[in-house]
Design a protein around this ligand. Structure first.
Ligand code: ZN
Length: 307
């Protein structure tokens, strides 16, 4: 009987030691495992961005007019034409033909046919933060539909008031309708490095923007780094967000005389359908997942990862 007791005790001890060893091994391994990113499979069949990284010696600047005001059409367009520049016009589709201070559809379509970009700036210029997903989706879809019904394919979105860029909840909805979106975070964009295509930075130019500040903005365009500028009205009016035609001309002349390359927002990217091979993976933030295929300059919009 005592032999049995000893035997049982021995077996219990072995069991306890084994459990302890397994626990230690698990605890040691678990933190390591959670810090690793090891996708078993990645499905990505959506569009792929190919950022058009500037050529050697190129200094690339992109110009945007927000809201679809009439004055960029009447007062900025002749200046753009003088220097041979194309720009991006981000229109609020419900404003078109609703107010005299904004462009009509003929003017918007004329710009598109002349090689300018037309981007969506929502249907009603509402602040996207704090809205229900249904309202946001409706604003995005309505404006896209309105543009499409006039023969304009707009893959680019500009956040009203710049609000929503960097907000994962909003960006998640935006990326279901648009491939690229621009906010109002000041700064430049290095096209050779991973970036969030749903929150492109941009620098506002207005009445108070001195030519020195303008130069500071555009001189950041260097190597693979591009600079995006955005304007509102081009007018002599006292609205603080406007820029006078004289100042706009001086700014464009500076770009021209200093051999800057002006590209539309769309021209900063080549957008193609994806059918790539197994990618390497890197995650920049909790929302946007970038898959890097063989070409390091390819980034995909949507990716479903099965981890
Ligand atoms: Zn706006």
């Amino acid at each position: 009987m005592s032999e049995n007791v000893v035997h049982v005790t021995c077996r219990s001890l072995v069991a306890v030691v084994l459990i302890a060893l397994v626990s230690v091994a698990f605890l040691a391994y678990a933190p390591l495992q959670s810090s690793m990113v090891s996708p078993k499979m990645a499905i990505y069949t959506d569009y792929v961005y190919h950022p058009n990284v500037p050529q050697e010696g190129e200094r690339v600047v992109s110009i945007i007019f927000d809201d679809g005001w009439l004055t960029p059409y009447t007062d900025a367009l002749p200046i753009l034409d003088k220097y041979g520049f194309k720009a991006t016009f981000a229109v609020v589709t419900s404003y078109i033909e609703s107010y005299r201070a904004y462009m009509d559809w003929d003017q918007v379509v004329a710009l598109y046919n002349q090689g300018h970009d037309i981007a969506s700036h929502s249907a009603n210029h509402i602040n996207m933060t704090g809205q229900t997903p249904a309202v946001i989706a409706d604003q995005l879809a309505q404006s896209k539909e309105a543009l499409l019904s006039h023969g304009i394919n707009a893959p680019i979105f500009v956040y009203p008031f710049g609000q929503g860029a960097g907000n994962p909840d909003v960006e998640q909805i935006v990326q279901q309708h648009y491939l690229v979106a621009r906010g109002i975070q000041i700064g430049s964009l290095d096209l050779s490095k991973p970036f969030n295509p749903l929150a492109l930075p941009a620098n506002e130019v207005e009445n108070s923007t001195s030519i020195e500040l303008f130069k500071n903005y555009v001189e950041q365009a260097s190597g693979s780094t591009v600079v995006i500028l955005f304007y509102h009205q081009i007018t002599d009016g006292s609205v603080f967000t406007s820029t006078t035609p004289e100042n706009f001309d001086a700014q464009m002349q500076y770009l021209h005389d200093n051999n800057f390359t002006v590209r539309t927002l769309k021209q900063l990217f080549t957008i193609t359908e994806s059918s790539s091979t197994a990618p390497s993976l890197f995650i920049l933030d909790t929302n946007v997942v970038y898959l890097n295929s063989k070409n390091p300059n390819f980034y995909t919009k949507k990716a479903e990862l099965i981890l």
